[in-house]
Ligand binder design. Structure first.
Ligand code: IPD
Ligand code: CA
Ligand code: CA
Ligand code: CA
Length: 263
């Protein structure tokens, strides 16, 4: 067993320490490199923030495994029962351009089940948190998903695109919603997209090709806020090829639109 409140305290400290590093370097001269494609950027701040998060976790839980975007799997043994999933800087492209939509995301899985999530947006000083069964919070206040009943009532929906050319696949899906006049946004930080659904600012979000560190914390926060997180087949899997996230009320309608005509 693990004390979830203690683990949450660690997740929050880790996410806040990363956020402080984001702000300390924002607007300064950054070393910006491309990873998989020219637009898949990484800066020294991504690595520095991940190191800070790992240090906070290791101080309290030296045996836990840690999966981070920049350093991969480290910390405790790969089959350790506790695994932290970390995105030290979600929204790196925004960050590198000085566009203030980015965050740090820290989650804990116990034997494969997400039990703690913390997402910190340093620009707005907003901390989203959840523990399994304990509800979701924004700066300590309980949050709930919206009550919007349908996509054309109208809802506000966000999406994202992967860095490689496979992002083009999402254009058809975007077009389906736009043809119905549904407002769509592409803010550029997946963890915040999830949290925006959790607190009712957005009614739904979907994306193809996310990685576990993008969605681990945010999907628990959405579920604890009363929302629904599935893959394209409606299975409760935040790590599927497509993630579909809603207030619950518009879920079936969005799934139907996104999968229309699929084999
Ligand atoms: C990216 C962002 C973006 C999403 C991409 C992610 P990164 O994460 O969350 O919104 O569309 O799929 O890879 O690389 O900035 O941590
Ligand atoms: Ca990310
Ligand atoms: Ca990242
Ligand atoms: Ca990245």
């Amino acid at each position: 067993m693990i004390d979830l409140q203690q683990a949450l305290t660690v997740a929050v400290e880790a996410a806040r320490s990363a956020g402080a590093i984001h702000l300390a370097h924002l607007g300064r001269d950054l070393q910006i490199r491309s990873k998989t494609t020219y637009s898949d950027l990484v800066t020294e701040v991504d690595g520095e923030a991940e190191a800070a998060i790992r240090a906070v976790i290791a101080r309290v839980y030296p045996d836990h495994a840690v999966l981070g975007e920049e350093e991969g799997l480290g910390g405790g043994a790969a089959d350790a029962p506790f695994r932290w999933i970390v995105d030290p800087l979600d929204g790196t492209v925004n960050y590198a351009h000085g566009f203030p939509v980015f965050c740090a995301s820290v989650a804990l899985e116990a034997r494969g089940e997400r039990v703690v999530g913390a997402v910190f947006d340093p620009n707005r000083q907003e901390l989203f948190t959840a523990t399994r069964g304990g509800g979701a919070f924004l700066n300590g206040q309980p949050i709930r998903v919206s009550d919007t009943p349908g996509l054309t009532t109208p809802a506000l929906v966000s999406t994202g695109f992967p860095y490689d050319a496979s992002g083009g696949r999402n254009l058809d899906l975007v077009a389906r919603l736009l043809r119905l006049g549904i407002p769509i946004r592409r803010p550029g930080a997946a963890a915040l997209d999830l949290c925006n659904v959790a607190c009712g600012r957005m009614d739904a979000y979907w994306e193809i090709g996310l990685r576990p560190w993008d969605s681990a914390a945010g999907s628990l926060i959405v579920q604890e806020a009363g929302g629904t997180v599935t893959d394209a087949g409606g299975r409760p899997d935040p790590y599927g090829e497509m993630i579909v996230v809603t207030n619950g009320k518009v879920h079936a309608e969005l799934l139907a639109l996104l999968t229309e005509g699929a084999a």
